[in-house]
Ligand binder design. Structure first.
Ligand code: SF4
Length: 211
């Protein structure tokens, strides 16, 4: 007669059998399928890894202040991230990553209507500029953008620089500019950003991960 085994019975029996095996060795009775299942595991032929031709780039996780190092595997054209993993050579994380960081590989993709993961075509890849008073964005190149940023920083600093505060204390600062750093930058880059901002007299310096 067939006996109906509930999920709870199964777990109880299997759990006791396994624990008994660990404590008493092979003399403990365990379900027959528990011994034979391992022998019957199917074998698989491994094809080439999907990252075998991928371009590897060392990077830093952008999600929090821990700054774990990671390796990004992109397709040959460099358009699509295929996989990421922790960088074993990075002393911050020595190859490990948390669940949030390991999902970074999907950051440039979306799930389309057919439930397929595809590259997110709404991702902004160009410099976009909206002039004061305008309601349209213009595409610009980086050379234009960097010159424009430098020009505006200089103008703003010159117009707002304070050598002394209202009590006559030397401050050499501007309060009209702020700088926000990025967890994608490493220690050395952040050190240089700090130096540059302090040299300009910027005192409002923050970071999206509060490093
Ligand atoms: S992997 Fe996790 S812990 Fe490491 S930087 Fe990214 S979010 Fe932070």
């Amino acid at each position: 007669m067939k006996q109906k085994v509930s999920r709870r019975d199964f777990l109880k029996f299997f759990g006791l059998g396994t624990a008994g095996t660990a404590l008493l060795g092979s003399a403990t009775a365990v379900p027959a399928f528990a011994n034979t299942a391992a022998d019957k595991l199917p074998t698989f032929e491994m094809g080439p890894l999907k990252i075998s031709k991928a371009k590897e780039t060392a990077s830093v996780c952008a999600f929090c202040g821990v700054g774990c190092g990671l390796i990004v595997y992109a397709d040959e054209k460099g358009e699509r991230v295929l996989h990421i993993e922790g960088d074993p050579d990075n002393p911050n994380n020595e190859g490990s990553m948390c669940s949030k960081g390991i999902a970074l590989g999907d950051a440039n993709t979306i799930v389309d209507k057919k439930r397929k993961r595809v590259v997110n075509d709404r991702r902004i890849m160009d410099v976009l500029y909206r002039a004061p008073g305008s309601n349209t964005w213009e595409k610009k190149d980086w050379e234009w953008a960097l010159k424009e940023i430098a020009k505006r920083v200089k103008e703003t600093r010159d117009a707002t620089f304070e050598e002394k505060d209202e009590n006559g204390v030397t401050v050499n600062r501007t309060q009209a500019i702020c700088h926000i750093g990025s967890a994608s930058c490493d220690n050395e880059e952040n050190y240089l950003f700090q130096k540059m901002q302090r040299a300009l007299g910027v005192i409002n310096i923050d970071h999206h991960a509060r490093l």
